[in-house]
Design a binder for this molecule. Sequence first.
Ligand code: ADP
Ligand code: MG
Length: 252
Amino acid sequence: MNNKLTSYLESQMQALKLKGLIAHYQEIAEKASQNNLSYFEYLSLLLEEELKRKNDGTIKTKINKARFPFIKTLEEFDFSFQPSLREKEIIALSSLDFIEKKENLIFLGPPGVGKTHLSVALGIKACMAKYRVVFTTAQKLLEELMLSLKDGSLTDKLLNYSRLNLMVIDEVGYMPISKEQANLLFRLISMRYEKGSIIVTSNYNFNEWGEVFSDQVVAAAIIDRLVHHARIFYINGTSYRLKGKLKPAAAN
Ligand SMILES: Nc1ncnc2c1ncn2[C@@H]1O[C@H](COP(=O)(O)OP(=O)(O)O)[C@@H](O)[C@H]1O
Ligand SMILES: [Mg+2]
């Protein structure tokens, strides 16, 4: 193809923001002529390419917006290291029917067993399915809610959070939670109740949440709403971070 024509086509594609086409139109044209494709078939290949790029862009934006602390996938999770988890049950979660049903997932267990990894991996799957997702830690969330309470934007903030399809609240219990913060968390969880999914991770079992929240009554109310439609996973293995680092006790 002559240079004048390609640079003309490319400037047209640029003007129309058809970035997928700019990258691939030449190879698609070659493929079409080699395979004697009809004009319609050729056009459909061009459109597919552009749609694919737009789709990839949307997913990338969703993943950026979700603010994951790292990118990890379910495929990277070594189930043989964590026999307390049933692989099939976790893999089945990637169908995301729990989001459709507005159910919650709760991962409980000591540090390093993969609670954040699994939450991120499922969050990424949700982004790929075009759901609105946000990842946060309990501490960050509560700091944000306290600030909103002070500057009068709490209702708006809670409304924004209630519009998400999936909200991951990581590390509930790592930092002590005041009564006021516990009340804010209760308001958030009540707003999302039966409206959208939450994934919660914690290193404390439910019977210890009263202490974590400095208030047995609010803790019970939070647990009640969280657990009503939830799948709970107790992970009681050893830390992956310590894998291979702890020597077995010397036999003597
Ligand atoms: N079973 C596993 N297979 C692969 N990587 C794992 C596994 N469990 C944990 N990890 C990795 O170990 C690190 C700690 O896991 P993380 O999910 O942060 O633990 P937790 O949130 O339970 O403290 C992360 O880098 C994570 O990807
Ligand atoms: Mg974690």
